[in-house]
Design a protein around this ligand. Structure first.
Ligand SMILES: *Cc1c(COP(=O)(O)O)cnc(C)c1O
Length: 385
């Protein structure tokens, strides 16, 4: 079976993990700050805070930006559920902005229209969470301009986009956002097993993120609010969590990050091969936007559902029967039973609705060899004949 995504583990990765196992610390040791420094250096963000998942990082990012009850958060309907759940964890309300039909990212035109209406109704969002779908950056410059105009904060969900670039800069530098989130789940660009990170250039947000990561406990004596009873003194000042990454995971992530550029390069080579072959069939291949260099986390094709209504269902099944792990990214969040029970309906997101009818993700990962790539292409040709 060819999976749609898979990690690539080297001997160096294995040795980095073993070194931690033989060391004094399995958690809260030196491997975490080493990984955080490497992430900052790689992405250009001043501060990087690792978490045990991107989901925890998204939650902490919302808390750091003071998202609470009665606040409103907007994201895209085409993402993993975690992009929206983080707002609900804080007791806030969530809403969705329809996607652009070419990049599959949050549409900045739809965002602007929705902001105009929200301003009129006194219901502007506190935070907007654009998601760099498939690893291709959103139109961050426009989103950032709208953020200044309408007074909201921005969390980039860059779970797909480690190693991607926007305007020739690595995603994660937070030029146009308050916080950027990375995921290190094994299907993503680089992995720590489970893990994530929140990146920022803002010292206060860095402090807040660290606070929420570790029980809301501050150990920095310069910030104590009370006189110390003794050298053991520490203060819980907020209701935080244990969202820490272990040193074992951090060592794997650190070792993997060294190969991020190489991983992205190989993904581009696979994408070019697919582009070339599938472009000759009646299949819409991913479109690259001019300012963005995608990490190519996902290779999403679109099949013409106007010609054949259930085409995705048939092709998905056909590929599975041929041993090809095709995937669907994603079932739109508002369509999930939990979200429809909150009153969301897909009729409010026509572009996301069409995308869902037509999209499939083909296997793409550094270890996918040419033979397997050819098998994917030939299987698709057979099924669409
Ligand atoms: C994978 C993913 C997440 C969650 O990442 P975890 O590290 O598994 O918690 C969040 N948002 C998006 C867009 C993702 O793809």
């Amino acid at each position: 079976m060819i999976p749609y995504g898979r990690q690539s583990i080297s001997q160096d990765d294995i040795e980095a993990v073993i070194a931690v196992l033989k060391s004094d610390f399995l958690t809260q040791g030196p491997a975490v700050p080493r990984f955080e420094d490497a992430i900052s250096q790689y992405s250009g963000a001043k501060y990087s805070v690792t978490f045990n998942s991107a989901t925890s990082a998204l939650h902490a990012a919302c808390l750091a930006l003071d998202v609470k009850e009665r606040d409103i958060v907007w994201t895209t309907p085409i993402s993993f559920v975690a992009s929206a759940n983080c707002a609900l964890y804080c007791g806030a309300r969530i809403d969705f902005v329809d996607i652009d039909p070419h990049s599959y990212n949050m549409s900045v035109e739809s965002l602007e229209k929705k902001l105009v209406i929200a301003a009129r109704n006194g219901a502007l969002p506190k935070v907007v969470i654009p998601v760099h779908m498939c690893g291709q950056s959103c139109d961050m410059q426009t989103i950032s301009a709208l953020a200044k105009l309408y007074g909201f904060r921005v969390i980039e969900d860059a779970s797909h986009a480690v190693g991607g670039k926007y305007q020739n800069q690595y995603i994660g530098g937070c030029q146009y956002s308050d916080i950027t989130i990375f995921s290190f789940h094994p299907v993503k660009i680089v992995t720590s097993g489970e893990g994530g990170a929140a990146l920022t250039n803002n010292e206060y947000l860095d402090y807040q993120l660290r606070l929420y990561r570790s029980h809301g406990i501050n150990k920095d004596a310069t910030l104590f609010s009370r006189e110390q009873d003794g050298l053991w003194h520490y203060e819980q000042v907020a209701l935080g969590y244990n969202y820490r990454l272990s040193d074992i995971h951090a060592a794997l992530g650190w070792s993997q990050l060294k190969r991020a550029d190489r991983f992205v390069q190989i993904r581009h080579e696979i994408a070019s091969f697919y582009d070339d072959k599938l472009g000759q069939m009646n299949i819409a291949i991913p479109r690259q936007t001019p300012d963005a260099y995608s990490s190519m986390h996902l290779y999403v094709i679109r099949l013409n559902a106007d010609v054949e209504n259930n085409i995705c269902k048939r092709v998905y099944q056909g590929l599975l029967e041929r041993g090809i792990g095709v995937a669907k990214h994603y079932i739109p969040i508002p369509l999930q039973p939990y979200y429809s029970s909150l009153g969301f309906s897909m009729s409010d997101y026509p572009q996301a609705h069409n995308y869902y009818r037509e999209s499939l993700s083909l296997p793409i990962y550094p270890g996918l060899n040419r033979e397997s790539q050819l098998k994917v292409v030939e299987s698709l040709a057979e099924l669409l004949d």
